[in-house]
Design a protein around this ligand. Structure first.
Ligand SMILES: [Mg+2]
Length: 165
């Protein structure tokens, strides 16, 4: 269980990801979390910086699907202006949404990257499916609910401590 919480890569922000290196490794699709990964949980729309980044992602050739546990109004309002496919109420870490996203991209697990800010949902879900998982620092921790903050974070701390050993 603990092993499955450990991401393949850890970065501060999505902008620190070496996209060309991932492409070289044969990755072709990105399943990304929304809240606190692409923008803060209270930010309804993409920032100009994110729009530029998505442009680069597309130019390299990656497909992108937003997979979020949040509700339809939140996810559609964010994703539709970007013309990105999205899955809401994804119930991460369960596998169905990850499978659906790969199906949308017509890609297999070995070609697919998962980006997210939570080990208990994004990383655990991706690892269980054999995807390449990238953990980012949450953009705004203060916007998260009590459960996420206290329970998930302490589990993350435990897993990261275990990882360093
Ligand atoms: Mg998140």
């Amino acid at each position: 269980m603990l092993k499955k919480l450990v991401p393949r890569m850890q970065v501060n922000t999505i902008y620190d990801i070496d996209l060309n290196e991932l492409w070289k490794q044969g990755k072709r699709g990105i399943i990304t979390d929304l809240d606190n990964t692409l923008v803060g949980a209270k930010a309804p729309l993409a920032t100009p910086e994110l729009i530029d980044w998505l442009k680069v992602v597309g130019q390299i050739g990656f497909q992108v699907v937003i997979v979020s546990n949040n509700n339809k109004p939140r996810v559609s309002r964010f994703a539709e202006p970007l013309s990105l496919p999205f899955i809401y109420r994804a119930k991460k870490p369960t596998s169905a949404a990850f499978q659906k996203a790969m199906h949308l991209m017509k890609l297999g697990p070995e070609e697919t990257v998962v980006i997210g800010d939570q080990m208990m949902t994004d990383v655990l879900g991706g690892n269980r499916m054999g995807l390449y998982t990238i953990l980012v620092l949450p953009i705004e921790r203060r916007d998260e609910g009590f459960f996420t903050k206290v329970v998930n974070r302490s589990l993350e701390k435990a897993a990261l401590t275990w990882m360093r050993k």
